[in-house]
Design a protein. Sequence first.
Length: 257
Amino acid sequence: MKVDNTDTIFITGATGILGRAFTLGFADEGANIVFTSRGGGSADQLRKECLAHGAKQVLCIQTDLLSDHSVPFIIEELKKSNLLPNILINNARNADFIKPTSDGLTPRESWRNEFMLGVILPYELTMAIAGCERSPLKSVINISSIYGITAPNLTLYDHPSRDSSANYGVTKAALIHLTKELAVRLAPLKIRVNAISYGGVKGRADIAFQDRYGKLCPSGKMLEVSEVFGAVKYLSSSNAAGVTGHNLVVDGGWTIW
């Protein structure tokens, strides 16, 4: 179930835990890689790693995704580099937008920014790429979360009001519905649009959190980083030719309890 090594994969939010797994996974397949970044050493390092892993070409587009000019700039850079993507993965996020205030409330600005980055940007970017003349786009994957399906179990957190922000799950739920809307609207162009809702992934959580999580999940553990790429690879491949408008849940069984 290899991804065609002539494909160009465009990933937003590539330097985070999930984004790196996706990016390096496709690099291992020999694809062309495009990703966005606000700049800095992590982007430079990721570019070098992609080439070392076997990516044919790697393009980092430096931009602030919240800027009104970001999407037109991205399209200009894609065309200039002749790297319009076959596969788009909307994965960008900013953890600063899901930090409640000391009184446990989520400020209006955080609601706006989270929704802009997590729903409006995926819509605008998808439609802009799909609308390009002779666009090769064939698969769009929106990265959602179990919290877009079910509300958080607050017993998981030491400080629920501080560690669990309502705008995250609400935005991820909206992204799942956006997936269905785009699947319908882009079907005439033969573009498939799907979402993946991941459970918790090891990487930032301490051992105590991992233990609590495991007791609430049928698989008894958080996802390993090595377990996240398979779903993206499947939905990107011709094996998923008949799948669109679907939300694929990868959570070790979390949402069935």
